[in-house]
Design a protein around this ligand. Structure first.
Ligand code: SF4
Length: 335
C-alpha cells in the first residue's frame, strides 16, 4: 500500500481542561488514510465518530480539545502536524477546503441560503486558488457537471432552496472537492437523503475518490453503507477503537462482540423478513467514569476481567485487530 496522506496518531480528545473534572471522549485513536481508498468509521451515536472527524479537521472548540497525539497531513512531500496549528488561524483556514474537504450531514444547513450555489463553489476557488471570478465561475460549472447535476450552467444560478436534497448534497460534494483536496471527510453524508438518492451519492463519492486520488474518511452508523463503499473499517465504541479490519475480514469474521452485535441487528441482504436482534442497553454517557472494557454491561461474553482491565487494540491477523479479552493475543491497554 502507498504512503498514507493523512495520519491520526494516538489522538485523545477531552471535554473540559480541569484535571479533576475533564472527561476523555476519545482514547488514542490511530487512523491512516491512503489516496484512492475509503476508510469507514462506524459506531452508534455517542461512540465518538463525529468528534473524531471534527478533530481530523482541527475543528474542535472549547470545551473539547485534543489532549494528546498528532494529526499528520502530507502536503506535497512536507508533513505538517495540524494538531499544533491554531484551529481558527490563517494556516488552518488555508488547509481546510484546500487540502482537506469536508461534507456535512445536512446540506440545507451547510449551504448559505442567500448565495447561488455557483457563487458558493466559486468563492472557495477564488479564496484558495486565487482564480478570477470568471475563471472560478467556469470551474464551478465544470464541478457541477462532474458531480452529475444536469444543465449545470443554469443550476449554478440556483439558490439552495430551489434544489432537491440530493442535488444540494451534490453541490456540497462539488464544494468539498473544488480545490482537489488530498483528503475528503464525509460525516454521515446521506443521512438527510431518501434511500433512493443515498446509493447514488455514495457511488459518486467512491468514483470521485478513485478518479481524483483522494483519501476518504467516511463516518457512518450504517454497516450496509460500509459494505458497499469502504476498503477498511474502524469500529468505535465509547471513544475507543474496538476493531480495525479490511472490509472482507470484517464482514466474513467480525471479531469484537460489539461488531457482531451491529451485524446481528442488520436486516438480511436477501430481503427476508426476520426479527432483528438489537444490542441491549445504550452506549455509556461520556460523563460516566468507566473502568475496564466499556462494552461490559451490554456484552453477552463479559467476564470478571472485562470490568477490571481495558484490552488494547491488538492484531489477531494481518487484516484485523481487536480490543477484547476473548482473544488470547490481546494485551492490556496503557492508561
Ligand atoms: Fe465483551 Fe469482555 Fe470482550 Fe469487552 S472485553 S467485548 S466485555 S468479552
Amino acid at each position: 500500500m502507498n504512503v498514507p496522506v493523512f495520519q491520526m496518531r494516538n489522538v485523545s480528545i477531552d471535554i473540559g481542561s480541569h484535571k479533576t473534572s475533564a472527561r476523555r471522549i476519545a482514547y488514542g485513536v490511530d487512523i491512516e488514510l491512503h489516496r484512492g481508498r475509503t476508510l469507514a468509521l462506524v459506531g452508534e451515536s455517542g461512540c465518538g465518530k463525529s468528534v473524531t472527524a471534527l478533530s481530523a479537521m482541527n475543528l474542535l472548540s472549547s470545551p473539547l480539545r485534543i489532549s494528546e497525539g498528532s494529526i499528520l497531513l502530507d502536503m506535497e512531500g512536507e508533513t505538517r502536524d495540524i494538531a499544533q496549528l491554531d484551529p481558527s488561524g490563517a494556516q488552518m483556514r488555508q488547509i481546510r477546503g484546500r487540502r482537506i474537504g469536508m461534507i456535512f450531514q445536512d446540506p440545507m444547513t451547510a449551504l448559505d441560503p442567500v448565495y447561488t450555489v455557483g457563487n458558493q463553489i466559486a468563492e472557495s476557488l477564488s479564496h484558495h486558488l486565487g482564480l478570477s471570478h470568471k475563471a472560478a465561475w467556469a470551474k464551478a460549472v465544470d464541478l457541477l457537471r462532474l458531480v452529475g447535476i444536469p444543465a449545470p450552467e443554469q443550476r449554478a444560478r440556483s439558490y439552495p432552496f430551489e434544489l432537491s436534497g440530493g442535488m444540494r448534497q451534490r453541490v456540497m460534494i462539488a464544494i468539498a472537492i473544488a480545490c482537489s483536496p488530498s483528503v475528503l471527510i464525509a460525516d454521515e453524508p446521506t443521512t438527510a437523503l431518501d434511500v433512493t438518492v443515498q446509493a447514488q451519492i455514495l457511488e459518486l463519492l467512491r468514483e470521485l475518490g478513485e478518479q481524483l486520488g483522494m483519501a476518504t474518511l467516511l463516518i457512518t452508523h450504517d454497516l450496509g453503507v460500509v459494505a458497499e463503499n469502504a476498503d477498511e473499517v474502524i469500529v468505535m465504541y465509547r471513544g475507543h477503537v474496538v476493531e480495525k479490519a479490511g472490509i472482507d475480514a470484517l464482514f466474513d469474521n467480525p471479531a469484537h462482540p460489539y461488531t457482531q452485535g451491529l451485524m446481528a441487528s442488520l436486516p438480511p441482504a436477501s430481503g427476508e423478513r426476520v426479527e432483528l436482534t438489537p444490542i441491549p442497553g445504550q452506549v455509556p454517557s461520556i460523563m460516566e467514569v468507566i473502568v475496564g472494557c466499556p462494552f461490559t454491561d451490554r456484552c453477552p461474553h463479559a467476564m470478571q476481567k472485562c470490568s477490571e482491565l481495558m484490552p488494547a487494540l491488538t492484531a489477531i491477523s494481518p487484516e484485523q485487530a481487536v480490543a477484547c479479552w476473548l482473544y488470547p493475543a490481546v494485551v492490556e491497554a496503557q492508561a
